[in-house]
Design a protein around this ligand. Structure first.
Ligand code: AQP
Length: 331
């Protein structure tokens, strides 16, 4: 890692097939950071088990996700890309930070409230302490900046509070991270319920498009996407379905909304859907090709995993050793 560059940490859960929401909201933006920053991009499989996962699927999704990181253009020589569960320091620091986090703080987390209300049968302690593991992920690497979507802002605030609390007692052990707000990137919404965000663990497959979906499936999902009973293509919150399709088009073509709107004047929803499907496929097809090549080459991927995990472990251990010393664990 270059000494002079700021550190960025981010991750995605292998909790389902990666959607175009994950791609436009996270992955695509990450590719623009890799030259300017020292980036760690983690496959956060330990976070994923806060919801029950099928073991064989989890294993495959985790490997697919790491291969996708590379396929979208993240260079494994420039960035540190690894599985969270391969670096035990995450779990160790999370335990320590649990002892510096208040129940009241965790009870106030919106994501916990939402997930526990949805997940009636399995409100496990991991779901409750999820933000502490996230704090450990970030603080282990002396992270300067964390790219956060709207729903993770509260967790990052908590990370800052935990780091500050620890530092006040033991001196400057952790860097207190700041949020990194991407210049571009949109929140991609569900295709059938465009007032909710597109989610990889959605039970209705018609709501999302996975980056690895068959191209015909992609076309059909866009064709079936909800619009409204009107005709005019306008970019407004009152037309969430149409707005979402325009956002997908804008992200796929790398053009601003103001730039694309004139092209849709006098056109109908059928034209819009065709344009969106074509643009999306043009963006995704090369990624799918690269993904297939990477996934076929087992030795290549294994080597990347090994090298990157070693680097992550080395960096994580530097922080963890300091933490253990400060709190008085025997040396
Ligand atoms: N719909 C979205 N639009 C834009 N960005 C999105 N992200 C997720 N959905 C959208 C961004 O993807 C990154 C990875 O998120 P995550 O795997 O940690 O979990 P998540 O945000 O909860 O994503 P999902 O797809 O909704 O997963 P599940 O269904 O498992 O909970 C984050 O940077 C996020 O902002």
């Amino acid at each position: 890692m270059g000494e002079d560059k700021k550190v960025i940490f981010s991750g995605i859960q292998p909790s389902g097939a990666i959607t175009i929401g994950n791609y436009f909201g996270a992955l695509k933006n990450w590719t623009k950071l890799q030259d300017e920053y020292n980036c760690l991009f983690c496959v956060v499989d330990m976070h994923a088990i806060t919801v029950r996962q099928n073991p064989a699927e989890l294993r495959q999704q985790a490997r697919d996700l790491l291969a996708l990181y590379i396929a979208v253009g993240l260079d494994p020589k420039k960035n540190i890309m690894y599985y969270q569960s391969h670096v035990p320091q995450h779990a160790e620091l999370a335990w320590i930070l649990n002892c510096f986090t208040y129940m009241g703080e965790l009870s106030r987390m919106t994501q916990f409230k939402e997930k526990s209300s949805k997940q009636g049968q399995n409100i496990n302690a991991g779901l409750f302490t999820y933000p502490v593991l996230m704090a450990a992920d970030i603080l282990l690497y002396q992270t300067d900046l964390v790219p956060v979507g709207h729903d993770q802002k509260q967790h990052l605030e908590l990370t800052r509070d935990i780091a500050t609390r620890f530092n006040q007692t033991y001196g400057d052990v952790f860097k207190v991270p700041d949020p990194f707000i991407a210049k571009v990137g949109a929140r991609i919404m569900s295709l059938q319920e465009p007032t909710s965000k597109m989610s990889k663990s959605d039970e209705n497959p018609n709501n999302f498009i996975s980056l690895l979906d068959d191209l015909n499936v992609i076309k059909n999902r866009i064709k079936r996407a909800v619009t409204d009973s009107e005709k005019e293509i306008i970019y407004t919150a009152d037309k969430p379905g149409v707005k979402n399709l325009l956002d997908i088009y804008s992200c796929s073509t790398n053009k601003a909304i103001a730039e694309i709107m004139p092209g849709f004047e006098g056109k109908g929803y059928g034209d819009l859907k065709k344009a969106v499907a074509d643009a999306l496929i043009a963006e995704i097809e090369p990624i799918q090709k690269r993904f297939q090549d990477i996934r076929k080459d087992k030795a290549y991927l294994d080597d990347i995993i090994k090298t990157n995990t070693d680097t992550a472990k080395y960096l994580a251990d530097k922080t963890l050793r300091k933490v253990k010393k400060k709190i008085g664990f025997p040396q």
